[in-house]
Ligand binder design. Sequence first.
Ligand SMILES: [Zn+2]
Length: 268
Amino acid sequence: MTPFFDTHAHLDYPEYEKDFPEVLARAQAAGITKMISIGTSLESSARAVRLAETFPAIYAAVGWHPSEALAAPADLRPALRGLARHPKVVAIGETGLDYYRLPSAQNGSAADDAHYKKRQAEIFAQQLEVAAELGLNAIIHQRAAFDDTLAQLQPFAGKVRGVFHCFGESVARLEQILALGSLVSYTGIVTFKNGQNIRDAVAATPLDKFMLETDCPYLAPVPYRGQRGEPAFVKEISETVAQVKGCSLDELSAATCRTAHDFFKNLA
Ligand SMILES: [Zn+2]
């Protein structure tokens, strides 16, 4: 079994309440030796830390998702620092900007849009600041907000690296990310019939500049598309990515695991 890591999983979500031991057993059987449970709020981050304390193969990232920005405390930093000092916390996130569904698309006003974007930018800045302070890198979620996201990350270059998770942008944007010393990661979308643009991005990404993730419970790869995702499915993702890169599973395993160890502090 070739070992791989699931660098982005939402293991604290209620989708796993009923059969978590089986989910972990299937991950282990598929060779997925390490998993990072990603926080989307303080509560979710605390649950991720608790999972990391309980299960040796699980690590945690702590952060606040941009889509939940309106529910965030004015100053996220004190509580985030507290969580982030845990020895199994490997990164800050997920954090970033998401303009995909703005309030104006749901009967909101232009002022609502502006307020929502402002809150997202504020909590993103706070999280980058805590990451820099604690020497952690950041897991970046961006949707329909690439330029603004990059502009906020830019001043942190040399201090905080980002992984643009679920990367689905152009090769030109990939190059902008790599120029900042940041990375990308690829999900099950790489296996989708309509995922050719993602496979093109994979082909253009140097072997040492990306990681693999499921973003489970979302984005299950073929042949599980539409079902609940789980970390075991990194296996299917790795097979497609190895094919696209024209490398062996062993080479892909060595490269992506090395990249993860280098990017995620405390990933033992
Ligand atoms: Zn996520």
